[in-house]
Design a protein around this ligand. Structure first.
Ligand code: BTN
Length: 239
């Protein structure tokens, strides 16, 4: 598998997408940067990617048919990431649906699935980007109350190269497995919780999380007694 390494780059997801569109690019491929100037997250947000402070990695691959939706790929990446954090650092992390990895109530890592759909509605390629805060540092003010790092929990400087290797192995192994939704659910910190849901439109409402479906959608019970399946929304746990 080809591995491309960068010092500072704009975004490893952008590097991967450009490679996918170039002639003769072999797949799968991995893109790793020491830092990103335009690291991005879901909903057009930026992902703080300080030089040398984290692992910023993107996997480019050909997904398998119709079942390989962005949600399914995100679910698999989250499972691979949780397994890797345990294996590399002995760290137990949780998943906040659908793509956030939390430790001790703070965000440690994020996942961003992107791709291009062909005319048949299938993904012609997929890019799965993962950003993990490794080193303890002074986070930018906007995220200082909500972010954490591996180093803050395990002590000693995390081995970035070693972790990248473990994560890459886990990711491609989880991609080839049967459904991992039960494992994903076992790491979830939202099932059974009262949450605030914010739709893409900006509208928000309170609900209780009942379940996560095999396709990765969130099943909630709204306060008006109706059940609703959420495909893309953002949730925060109410305390
Ligand atoms: C999120 O928290 O909403 C997702 C964050 C994903 C960040 C990773 S870092 C590597 C890859 N390149 C990017 O620009 N984004 C992803």
């Amino acid at each position: 598998m080809r591995v491309f390494k960068y010092g500072m780059t704009d975004s490893t997801n952008t590097r991967a997408r450009e490679y996918a569109k170039s002639e003769g690019g072999e797949l799968p491929a991995v893109f790793i940067a020491d830092g990103q100037t335009e690291g991005r997250g879901r909903r057009g947000r930026s992902f703080d990617s300080e030089l040398g402070a984290g692992l910023y990695i993107s996997f480019l691959f050909l997904p398998k048919g119709r079942g390989a939706t962005p949600a399914d790929i995100t679910v698999r990446a989250a499972v691979a990431l949780i397994r890797s954090l345990k294996k590399a650092f002995g760290l137990s992390a949780e998943i906040k649906w659908i793509n956030d990895i939390f430790v001790g109530g703070r965000k440690l890592a994020g996942i961003l699935a992107e791709g291009e759909f062909n005319d048949a509605g299938e993904l012609s390629y997929a890019v799965l980007g993962i950003g993990v805060n490794l080193k303890d540092r002074k986070f930018p003010e906007e995220i200082s109350d909500i972010a954490t790092s591996v180093e803050a929990h395990v002590g000693g400087e995390p081995d970035r190269e070693g972790f990248a290797k473990i994560l890459t192995e886990q990711f491609f192994s989880v991609l080839a497995e049967q459904s991992v939704i039960e494992e994903y659910k076992s790491y979830s910190c939202v099932i059974g919780k009262q949450v605030l849901v914010r739709r893409m439109s900006g509208e928000s409402f309170s609900a209780k999380v009942l379940d996560i479906t095999p396709g990765g959608e969130l099943l909630v019970l709204r306060e008006d007694g109706e059940r609703e399946l959420l495909f893309s929304a953002e949730i925060s746990i109410r305390v």
